[in-house]
Design a protein. Structure first.
Length: 161
């Protein structure tokens, strides 16, 4: 009888940023360079695309989870940001009064997040004065659920290493 040996992931897969399987129903997104992790609902895999960037506006690093529906990519559902500044500089720059919410402060870095304030303009009707709920009803409901229900739960899973 052969012993059961669990295969190990290659080292290249163990220490990189990206989604990892976690408890049932969640994906673990971990960034080893900036030392944080969050858990995302597994269904986000189908409805998001990830875009990472260095030097996004004043942020040192950002990761955007973009809304994806039927192959088209829209605006971010959730953006995680890392700033290199002190809390005093953060407050003086007015970030506490901005749409960016502070999550944590550690070692000269401030971690924050932002969500969209409005639906994408692609969902507007032909006149551009209201959203076309008849044509885009399903993606609008899905996006609203992701922003209003999922993001608050996701943010609670934010961890620093």
């Amino acid at each position: 009888m052969k012993p059961i040996v669990r295969p190990r992931k290659p080292a290249a897969q163990r220490n990189r940023s990206g989604p990892y399987a976690g408890p049932p129903g969640t994906l673990l997104y971990r960034n080893s360079k900036y030392g944080f992790s969050i858990r995302l609902p597994r269904r986000w895999r189908c409805y998001t695309a990830v875009r990472r960037s260095t030097r996004w506006n004043a942020a040192e690093y950002s990761v955007c989870f973009l809304f994806k529906y039927k192959g088209k990519i829209y605006e971010p559902v959730l953006t995680l940001l890392v700033y290199r500044m002190t809390l005093k500089q953060w407050i003086a720059a007015g970030y506490d009064d901005s749409p960016i919410t502070r999550l944590a402060v550690r070692n000269g870095r401030i971690y924050g997040y932002a969500v969209p304030g409005e639906l994408p303009e692609e969902f507007l009707n032909a006149r551009g004065n209201d959203y076309d709920y008849k044509r885009y009803g399903r993606p609008i409901r899905l996006l609203k659920r992701m922003v209003n229900c999922d993001v608050p739960r996701i943010i609670k899973t934010f961890r620093l290493r």
